[in-house]
Design a protein. Structure first.
Lengths: 303, 251
């Protein structure tokens, strides 16, 4: 069943798009990640123009993060104050990212920017996760407990506030900077940025694991909503029909994924996620390194 | 003697001018709806003439041209290990779709001058190329454009696709792919003899998005803020609905 997407201006099999949404939904349900980092490359792969893929996947993340955030709000595992600081940074970052995106789109380098960001971030995070989860498996076998490190330079920064839910008294500068970095990534990669934010919150800010996911979802919801608006207004690249198909697939997939996730061990899940992340990264890296069959590309100019 | 020759010349030219095309097509409007999967247009016609046909084989060329767009063609270059967009060439105007259907090989039907005047072959239809000084093989870029669009059936050359009967009736089918751009498409019909064009005719085809497609497209470009807010509202609604449905299923 072909469906014509009004903004992407291509006709694509609707079942395929539902399938992509569903697949990413399963993964996000299993691992508790947003899955934007998988949706965007998969959309490139089926022939959606990169600008539309990035903008539309931010819209899809609004839906999945809202649904997940509701669950965390009910369990009171959201640090709203920390979330607001992350969000303030995130909005500035998203605006910067959109500006960079539009500028590079004019230069014809937006594909490169998006692909390179994917390779660098997925490669880095994937490798870290892989090593970390291998160590965790070895530790549990050896029967030792992980210890949390403290960063003294973070304690030394000014503008300290009390984050009661997280039980922290730290400067607002590190969380605002983390939020800013994630905002830039949301705009140029079409991701929520949880894969950067969650480790940063645990290892850098020292937040308790319990509130990390809910708080990052709080930031992701507003940042991706803001990014969707900016993309729609500067690049006219949000395809609502495409978003609806991805959301429907994703919603169903997430429920299936949550069930599968309950059957597996946390370390196994993390190592599996690391392998998927590295696989996507490798695929994109190969495309940059190997001489492509067609050296030329045609770009339509915004009139 | 010269006078006789002159008279003969007048006779032949007026005779050829007396051939006319009368054309019709299966539809003059194509609607892009949500399940649009490409379309076919049947273009048919007859050659009207008062006298017996003049010398030379009659040829028919049918073209369909989509709305033109300014384009940039870029070429990847290897820079420090990775492939990066390097040199770029701007093309002032290239049709978003272009099909040529002919009744015989193009070289038999059309000489170069006639092609240049009437702009019939794909190469001629593509507008001026605006290449920066450092690009010394600008034609490679326009050739690449033709090659890329040929691969996705946006540019087509279909030799012998026009069926011509008794030098009078002709018909052909043009296949429009699914990835079509909105706008006015122009269909042209050329009758040729001895490499020269002897008669032409053209018709407009209106390709338009309809229904939901039209509504979303117009909203996205005319009121981007409202469109964005609607997209977000939809996403929030879906997220909330999913969460509520999941809770209902659990309880």
């Amino acid at each position: 069943m072909q469906i014509y997407l009004p903004i992407a201006e291509v006709s694509i099999n609707a079942i395929l798009l539902l399938g992509i949404g569903g697949l990413v939904g399963v993964l996000s349900g299993m691992f508790g990640v947003g899955g934007g980092f998988l949706i965007t490359p998969l959309l490139f792969f089926v022939g959606i123009p990169p600008a539309v893929a990035v903008a539309t996947s931010t819209n899809q993340i609004v839906a999945s993060s809202f649904s997940a955030l509701l669950a965390h709000l009910r369990r009171r595992t959201v640090d709203i104050r920390m979330g607001t600081v992350l969000l303030a940074g995130g909005l500035v970052g998203a605006a910067l990212g959109i500006w960079l995106f539009a500028y590079l789109r004019e230069l014809g380098q937006v594909d490169l920017l998006v692909r390179l960001s994917y390779v660098v971030f997925l490669g880095g995070i994937g490798a870290l996760m892989f090593v970390e989860s291998l160590r965790a498996i070895l530790r549990t076998r050896a029967g030792r407990r992980p210890q949390r490190r403290k960063h003294n330079w973070i304690q030394a920064l000014p503008l300290k506030i009390k984050f009661r839910t997280s039980g922290l008294y730290i400067s607002v500068i590190p969380p605002a900077l983390v939020g800013l970095a994630v905002g830039v990534l949301a705009a140029i990669m079409g991701v929520g940025g949880g894969f950067i934010m969650v480790p940063a919150m645990i290892y850098l800010l020292g937040m308790p694991t319990k509130v990390v996911v809910g708080t990052s979802l709080f930031q992701i919801l507003f940042v991706t909503a803001f990014t969707t608006i900016l993309h729609a207004m500067t690049n006219y690249s949000v395809d609502m029909l495409l978003a609806v198909l991805l959301i429907i697939g994703g919603v169903v997939g997430a429920q299936v994924g949550t069930r599968i996730g309950l059957l597996m061990k946390a370390e196994q899940l993390r190592i599996l996620l690391a392998v998927i992340v590295l696989g996507v990264c490798g695929q994109l890296a190969l495309e940059l390194l190997i001489r492509p069959d067609e050296l030329y590309s045609v770009g339509r100019e915004a009139s | 003697m010269i006078r006789w020759l002159f008279l003969l010349l007048i006779l032949t030219t007026s005779a050829s001018a007396q051939e006319e095309v009368i054309a019709g097509m299966s539809s003059s409007r194509i609607s892009i709806s949500a399940n649009f999967d490409g379309s076919e247009i049947l273009i048919f016609g007859a050659v009207k003439r008062e006298q017996s046909p003049p010398e030379g084989e009659l040829g028919v060329i049918v073209t369909v041209e989509g709305p033109g767009q300014p384009l940039t063609v870029r070429r990847l270059e290897r820079r420090a290990l990775i492939w990066v967009n390097g040199e770029a060439v701007r093309i002032a105007r290239a049709p978003s779709f272009y099909a040529i259907n002919t009744s015989a090989p193009l070289a038999q039907l059309l000489n170069t001058q006639a092609d240049a005047r009437a702009r019939i072959t794909t190469r001629r239809v593509i507008g001026t190329i605006d290449a920066p000084m450092e690009v010394n093989d600008a034609t490679a870029f326009s050739q690449a454009l033709i090659r890329i669009r040929k691969d996705v059936n946006l540019y087509q050359t279909n030799i012998n696709a026009v069926e011509l009967r008794e030098e009078t009736l002709f018909n052909t089918t043009v296949t429009l792919p699914a990835n079509l751009v909105e706008g006015i498409y122009i269909s042209r019909i050329f009758l040729t003899r001895n490499g020269e064009i002897v008669a032409t005719s053209s018709t407009a085809i209106d390709v338009e998005k309809i229904g939901l497609e039209k509504f979303l497209y117009n909203l996205a470009y005319d009121d981007p803020l409202i469109y964005a807010l609607l997209s977000i509202a939809l996403a929030i609604g879906a997220g909330w609905g999913a969460s509520a449905a999941f809770r209902y299923l659990q309880s």
